[in-house]
Design a protein around this ligand. Sequence first.
Ligand SMILES: N[C@@H](CCC(=O)N[C@@H](CS)C(=O)NCC(=O)O)C(=O)O
Length: 232
Amino acid sequence: MATTEGKPTLQHLSNSQSQTILWLLEELEIPYNLNLFERQKNRAPESLKETHPLGRSPQLITASGRAIVERSAITAYLIDTYDSTGRFKVSGADDAHDAIREQELVGFAEASFNVTAMTAMMFYYLKALSPFFIRPLVSAVSAMIHLGYVDKEFDAQLKYMDSLLEGQEYFMSDGNPTRVDFVMLFFIQTVYYSKVVDITPYPNVKAWHDRCVARPAWKRAMEKGNGYSLGL
Ligand SMILES: N[C@@H](CCC(=O)N[C@@H](CS)C(=O)NCC(=O)O)C(=O)O
């Protein structure tokens, strides 16, 4: 069991979306414990099941010992609990900046963009890992799926994101990221870094990505984590 010592504890897995929770912890500038876990044959080690039955990462163990999973819930908990100045909270001023829009975009990231991204990534891994004699077949099926579904979805979704980011630095605000950015960044990085999709034709999305990773808190999180290599 992770010790809490009155601080939240991040159960952090190498090369995983937990990196974005580490980023948020660094943005919040709060004391926290960091337990680093290494992937074993690409999977999480069994020891991550000691703190949550799913055995995945990120897991946030609160100061009172509760284990929270799912980045949408972890970001909500951390910001609600520790963002005393409201830097990462939505302003609620209008339809484009209120709590409903934030929830809508967190849902869009996890349940819409992520579906396209994971479909593409599945074929990316299948192509790379299948034996050479069936690779042409897998490549042909992959090309069909891209042509008939994935590429059109990526284009529609990235154009939508590009329009949301027009004239503002982050999805919900200028100046500081919100839950939408903390959740979305990993999905964009997964497909962009593995070259499954090119985000450069969507200049606002590309500038947003570059802005996020230029933040000092992201850089500190990269130094404190145990690697963030996505794709093969
Ligand atoms: N929906 C979860 C996803 C958690 C998840 O699947 N994490 C991956 C790392 S990116 C993991 O722990 N994988 C370990 C494994 O598959 O064994 C979240 O938002 O936190």
